[in-house]
Design a protein around this ligand. Structure first.
Ligand code: HEC
Length: 146
């Protein structure tokens, strides 16, 4: 009787190990694309700016704005896919990125001048710039990079 229960425990344990391995494998296959990683960084930096504004921490705003202005590249593999699929629209996509870059530079300067009015203006502009690219490209590119 007792050995029957032990047997079930062992079987259930083994089943859990196997299904755990399958889940881990699926997660590996769905490796996150380079652009999404860059975007997650931009979100963190934007959150840092928001915190900096409400805590009047000008250096926090400046550091985070500089990070946005000099964000990393999504990498060659992602870029190649984007160029192949967007073709002539790649220029427009890049323009949105330049827009965010220029606004982040403005925000960083406003922070180094400790000019809260200019910071808030640039902050609003930054959110508009992020959203402008998302409205035009986000859903399409999610499909391209899937
Ligand atoms: C040049 C175009 C462009 C600009 C500018 C842009 N984004 Fe994105 N963003 C995208 C695209 C395309 C995706 C979809 C990527 C994907 O999921 O594969 C995306 C996705 C995201 C996501 C979702 C990430 C996830 O894990 O699903 C966040 C958050 C984000 N962007 C934040 C920002 C912020 C903050 C800014 C401005 C500071 C910004 N983005 C500016 C194109 C842009």
């Amino acid at each position: 009787m007792k050995s029957g229960i032990y047997c079930w425990v062992v079987v259930i344990f083994l089943l859990c190990m196997v299904s755990g391995a399958v889940i881990a494998e699926e997660a590996n296959e769905k490796q996150i694309n380079g652009l999404r990683l860059v975007m997650q960084g931009l979100l963190e930096d934007t959150q840092q700016i928001t915190t900096g504004i409400f805590l009047q921490d000008f250096s926090q705003i400046e550091v985070a704005a500089n990070k946005i202005a000099n964000h990393p590249s999504p990498g060659m593999a992602t870029k190649t896919k984007l160029i192949a699929n967007l073709g002539g629209e790649m220029g427009k996509f890049k323009q949105f990125d330049t827009l965010v870059h220029n606004t982040a530079v403005k925000l960083s300067r406003a922070a180094s001048n400790e000019d809260m009015t200019a910071i808030i203006t640039a902050y609003h502009q930054l959110i508009d710039d992020c959203q402008a690219c998302h409205a035009e490209f986000k859903q399409r590119i999610i499909k391209i990079l899937e």
